[in-house]
Write a protein that binds this ligand. Structure first.
Ligand SMILES: Nc1ncnc2c1ncn2[C@@H]1O[C@H](COP(=O)(O)OP(=O)(O)OP(=O)(O)O)[C@@H](O)[C@H]1O
Length: 289
């Protein structure tokens, strides 16, 4: 499929360094030689420790911050010079939304909607109901979770081709979270969108993501389809003389325990004492040991 489709978002060897406070000090490398490509229909869960660079990656994709090396294509355009047409096809929910204080929900939606010719009123009304939001309520009186729900409606009701969600469900209760997550997947499939969302809730990620991108200190250490992840990433306990096949990628090692990406090559290795498949949370822990 991927060969025929235009990427929705492509990072090509991107590095981003924030300048140090003092001119003499070295800058802080936040993205390091990072390459990733999202195609229509992909729902990519972005996982990484606090400060790993997830928000920065999204902000670079939108041109909010510039990069020093590599290049980014967002809907086929450079993010720092996005056309209005491209902007109308992008949805973004930052970690800390968002203005509209002094508005009621319906007035805020009315204003917001006016920027997006493809706004889907049925979808908007559906989600207001689903999130149990009263349209006559004042935005500044909403709870954190209700604000997050409204921000999601505002980013998704025009069925964007690229949807960037920075911890979109952190403040939602489990019922709203579950509902939203399944909607997210449906939206991507129905509209041929690509979704990139960060979350620390690995069970959500496992449930809805088609792919997982694992980022560690600004480097993309793993990017895989979620099913392949379960089959191809293993925790092995090896002996001193075990030689790992060159087809394997070593992700981490603590003593005799090695975390490897077998990359689909089912080599039989001499001296392996045990082999374990991991769920996403276990994988995350092993990667950061
Ligand atoms: N404008 C900025 N100037 C300087 N440093 C910044 C700036 N924005 C982010 N950083 C630094 O870049 C690093 C990555 O931050 P980022 O917000 O991308 O992490 P994150 O993976 O989204 O973290 P979290 O899970 O906590 O949201 C952090 O060390 C942060 O302090």
């Amino acid at each position: 499929m991927e060969a025929e489709q235009q990427p929705v978002l492509r990072f090509n060897h991107v590095s981003k360094t924030f300048a140090a406070k003092h001119k003499s000090a070295a800058g802080h490398a936040v993205l390091v030689d990072l390459s990733i490509t999202l195609y229509p229909g992909m729902v990519v869960g972005l996982l990484g420790q606090n400060g790993a660079g997830k928000s920065t990656l999204m902000r670079c994709a939108l041109g909010i911050v510039g990069i020093e090396q590599g290049d980014i294509s967002t809907l086929g355009e450079p993010p720092t010079a996005l056309s209005i047409q491209a902007k109308e096809r992008i949805g973004y929910v930052p970690q800390q939304p968002f203005g509209y204080e002094g508005f009621t929900i319906d007035k805020a939606l009315e204003l917001h909607r006016s920027f997006y010719p493809n706004w889907d009123m049925t979808l908007e009304q559906d989600w207001l109901k689903r999130f149990d939001l009263d349209a006559s309520q004042a935005v500044q009186k909403l709870s954190v979770g209700q604000r997050q729900s409204l921000a999601l409606i505002m980013a998704m009701a025009y069925r964007p081709t690229l949807l960037l969600l920075d911890e979109p469900v952190a403040s939602l209760d489990p019922i709203a979270r579950r509902q939203f997550m399944s909607d997210l997947f449906d939206l991507a499939l129905d509209s041929g969108s690509a979704v990139l969302f960060s979350s620390h809730i690995t069970s959500d990620l496992e449930r809805v993501a088609s792919h997982v991108a694992l980022i560690k200190k600004g480097q993309l250490v793993l990017f895989k389809e979620i099913d392949a992840l379960r089959e191809e990433v293993k925790l092995l306990t090896i002996s001193d003389d075990t030689q790992l096949p060159s087809s394997y990628r070593l992700l981490n090692q603590t003593g005799q325990n090695v975390l490897v990406d077998t990359q689909g090559y089912p080599d039989i290795i001499a001296g392996v004492q045990s082999e374990k498949s991991l769920n996403l949370e276990q994988l995350f822990m092993e990667l950061h040991r």
